[in-house]
Ligand binder design. Structure first.
Ligand code: PMP
Length: 569
């Protein structure tokens, strides 16, 4: 007789660790065993320390069909965990399974605290398998991906108050040697961190640091909870339907290389085509260029309009049946152009191409929804969204992560290692070899919570107001050339050149006024070549910038112009 969830709650939740193990063993004893013909590789759940086989039995049809979980393991404790999953999931429809808060059940049972990380991975592997099967069923019923991402309860947002935002950034409130406060206009390179992020890093280091997914002692359990909690939060923030679609990576550059050489090299052949754009950052250009050399696939570019937008009216000229990958930035780090990702994905679907989005500049400034936009892969860096360096996110659709090969091998990412052969854990572990940037990943969660509490729409509106002010004041200046499109097509990035002052000299003069901007090619050499310039000056804005920053920049720019005129006379 199977136990119900209520019975399990009643008997289990208050037990201590040893008694919980005993109870799991007893539950496991009652579970029917699989016949050997069902213990196939196809039915095996990867990522478990012990062997686990899992199938589902579906009764009824359409979206009313209910699921029964059937599973077995060579470990009796795991069989006990299976009994809990059965009590939780059996009799539910696919839609109910996908919305079901299984983590809440584990929390109420105190289960996460009492089982080892390896076993927790195994449990996660089983849950992932169940949700994957439920999702497949839901997709086959509706023919569309109708997963509703778990949405956090709506928060009542306060009106955007830039002074309140700014006051949370210690670095912006600390005078320079000159006595003035820094005017930071280089957030496109790296954003500054609010106090909550700095404090989160300190909290982890001072109170419970340990390696993740290793120790079962108190620090180990706490760190796992924080690390996986951060993953969950990030998944919700980008609209992913599954936490395991979120892989922690060191940053955008490494993430894009992992896709190019873990997915691209596996599927591309000579004669295939990779479609990208001339406005890409080198991180989303050079890996595809090198992949094309290694595979014989050719690299093609979506044409650009004179004002620095992608010319989608000419997409048909370059997007063909041979296109296997479309790699495009959601927002240019030099022109500021916001690209129409949804439209590009829709076109790519018609030729069956996989879409890789470099979201390094967009995720900090614009709402992202990977499921609504049907994006295959999306990558961004923590340090541009008010988080730490050394950590970023690679999102992949579950099916894409399944088919992608890892390019880093070692601890944690394996399922089984034999002398001759190894097999891999399920994603995300498959792509998280070795020790992760644990503290940074946790602090990235704090940064994203901070952004989400303010609201990206409010941040975007604020940055748009400042960008408009900046462009309106720059445009009439004699000898001024602003690169990129009109305000409605761009985010808070403005790159320009002004006659008579080289960007490098300008940067030095601005610096003397405590105004920090970036100059050079901004890791977009092909774009600078296409625009016929070797370097530009870039102003990039963030939530903490205010009108005074723009004024300070403009007055330093005027001072630089006067200086350069006086030198010439
Ligand atoms: N893509 C874009 C659009 C960027 O702006 C950057 C950072 N300048 C990157 C990729 C690379 O990010 P990271 O250096 O964090 O890997």
């Amino acid at each position: 007789m199977n136990s119900t969830l209520a019975e399990i709650f009643e008997e289990f939740a208050d037990l201590d660790r040893e008694d919980q193990s005993q109870f799991l063993l007893e539950l496991g004893d009652e579970l029917p065993k699989f016949p050997s013909e069902q213990k196939t590789e196809e039915n095996r759940v990867h990522g478990c320390q012990s062997q686990v086989w899992l199938i589902t039995d579906v009764t009824g049809s359409g979206d009313e069909a209910s699921f029964e979980i059937l599973a077995d393991s060579d470990s009796n404790i795991v069989r006990g965990l299976i009994a809990i999953l059965q009590a939780a999931y059996n009799g539910k429809t696919a839609a109910e399974i996908l919305k079901y808060d299984i983590q809440g059940v584990f929390r109420q049972l105190n289960l996460q605290q009492h089982i080892s990380p390896q076993r927790r991975n195994g449990l996660k592997g089983m849950v992932d398998r169940i949700t994957t099967l439920a999702r497949k069923h839901a997709v086959s019923v509706t023919q569309t991906l109708s997963v509703t991402p778990v949405v956090a309860a709506p928060t009542v947002r306060k009106p955007f108050d830039v002074q309140a935002v700014r006051s949370q950034f210690p670095i912006l409130n600390r005078p320079l040697a000159s006595g003035s406060l820094p005017v930071y206009l280089d957030s496109g390179a790296s954003a500054q961190k609010p106090r909550v992020v700095i404090e989160k890093e300190r909290e982890v280091e001072e109170r419970y640091f340990a390696n993740a997914h290793r120790g079962t002692y108190q620090f180990g359990l706490r760190i796992d909870e924080e690390f996986e909690g951060s993953r969950s939060l990030i998944a919700r923030f980008i609209g992913a339907s599954d936490d395991s679609s979120v892989v922690f990576v060191p940053g955008t550059t490494i993430g894009l290389n992992m896709i190019a050489f873990g997915w691209g090299r596996k599927f591309l052949r000579s004669g295939d085509e990779i479609l990208t754009t001339v406005m890409e950052h080198h991180a989303n250009f050079v890996p595809w260029q090198q992949l094309s050399k290694q595979t014989g696939a050719s690299l093609r570019l979506i044409p650009m309009t004179d004002d620095g937008r992608l010319d989608l009216s000419r997409l048909g000229e370059v997007l063909t049946k041979r296109t296997k990958i479309v790699a495009v930035t959601a927002m240019s780090n030099m022109l500021g152009t916001i690209n129409p990702i949804r439209q590009i994905v829709q076109a790519a679907r018609e030729v069956g191409a996989c879409v890789v989005v470099d979201a390094a500049q967009s995720v900090p400034h614009l709402p992202t929804n990977v499921v609504e936009d049907d994006i295959d892969f999306l990558v961004f860096s923590g340090h541009k969204i008010y988080g730490p360096t050394g950590v970023g996110v690679l999102y992949g659709k579950p099916s894409r992560l399944e088919e992608m090969d890892p390019i880093h091998f070692g601890g944690h990412m394996i399922s089984e290692v034999k002398i001759e052969e190894s097999t891999w854990s399920a994603p995300p572990a498959k792509f998280e070899a070795g020790t992760m940037p644990i503290v940074q990943a946790i602090a990235l969660g704090a940064a994203i919570r901070w952004v989400d509490e303010i609201g990206l729409e409010a941040i975007h509106r604020h940055e748009e107001t400042l960008t408009s002010m900046l462009m309106d004041r720059l445009a009439p200046m004699p000898g001024m050339k602003i690169f990129g499109p009109a305000l409605e097509h761009r985010g808070g990035i403005v790159s320009f050149r002004i006659d008579g002052i080289h960007p490098e000299d300008l940067a030095a003069i601005l610096d003397q006024h405590g105004v920090f901007t970036r100059h050079g090619h901004h890791c977009t050499m092909p774009l600078h070549t296409a625009l016929g310039v070797s370097a530009t000056t870039r102003v990039s804005l963030a939530a903490y910038n205010n009108a005074d920053d723009v004024e300070a920049f403009l007055s330093a720019l005027h001072a630089a112009q006067s200086l350069s005129r006086s030198r010439k006379h």
